[in-house]
Design a protein around this ligand. Structure first.
Ligand code: DC
Length: 226
């Protein structure tokens, strides 16, 4: 039997790292729902829909049906890639310009409706692990396994910093901390689908866990539900 695994939590908690590894072990599809919000954000930036950092909602509404997002696993590179209208935008959506605008984009109701609809379609046949903010609460309230991940802000900032530096994107650690704090605040206080722990989610604090330890922890919980 296949199940749905929902992983929610603050940004840079390592949700995607563990989710990808679990997907590989179980032969499941992995979906990074944050990449979908980032893709819409990049579309806004490229099309002048956020002048001065303020999203023009009315304009975006006219464009929303023209935004086609695909998430594909590239077996040659052993890597998940995000496509926006046929173009590989995986690298671009990780940039700070996108990170700085993604929270305001993701509070827009019609954006969420469009993306949640696609996410549910992706989970139709189960055998899926999806990470985000509202997966266990809104997208798949019936998911068999719900995990709420946390880690200390310092650990999260350091991880995001190392990740960006490894990609050659130069940033200041203070800017990362500010971005993380801002996003935490917006993600958890927004009116629509705020980040919150589902009542039946189990908490995974990975501040002091190795990759292997957290992978084993999730696999054990998944196996109990298979
Ligand atoms: O997981 P991430 O940092 O790549 O997500 C980017 C942003 O997208 C995050 O700040 C909030 C938003 N998001 C959301 O609102 N709902 C989701 N299910 C996933 C992400």
């Amino acid at each position: 039997m296949s199940i749905i695994i929902a992983i929610d939590g603050y940004s840079s908690c390592g949700k995607s790292t563990v989710a990808k590894e679990v997907a590989k072990k179980l032969g499941y599809i992995y979906i990074d729902s944050g990449a979908m919000y980032r893709a819409v954000t990049l579309y806004c930036l490229r099309n002048g829909l956020a002048p001065g950092g303020v999203v023009n909602e009315e304009e975006l509404r006219l464009h929303i049906d023209k935004i086609h997002i695909r998430l594909v696993f590239n077996p040659a590179l052993q890597k998940h890639e995000t496509f926006l209208n046929g173009e590989n935008i995986e690298e671009e959506i990780r940039r700070p310009e996108v990170a700085n605008l993604v929270s305001p984009v993701s509070i827009i109701g019609f954006v969420r409706d469009a993306l949640v609809k696609q996410q549910r379609e992706m989970g139709q046949n189960k055998g899926i692990i999806m990470d985000g903010r509202d997966i266990g609460t809104v997208v798949f309230p019936e998911a068999e396994l719900k995990i709420f991940m946390t880690a200390s802000p310092e650990v999260r900032a350091k991880r995001r910093y190392d990740e960006l530096m490894a990609k050659g994107v130069h940033v200041e650690i203070e800017d990362i901390i500010h971005n993380i704090q801002d996003r935490d605040r917006i993600d958890s206080t927004r009116e629509i689908s705020p980040l919150r722990q589902a009542d039946d989610a189990i908490v995974l604090d990975n501040s002091n866990l190795t990759r292997e330890e957290q992978l084993d922890w999730v696999l054990e919980k998944a196996e109990e539900r298979l």
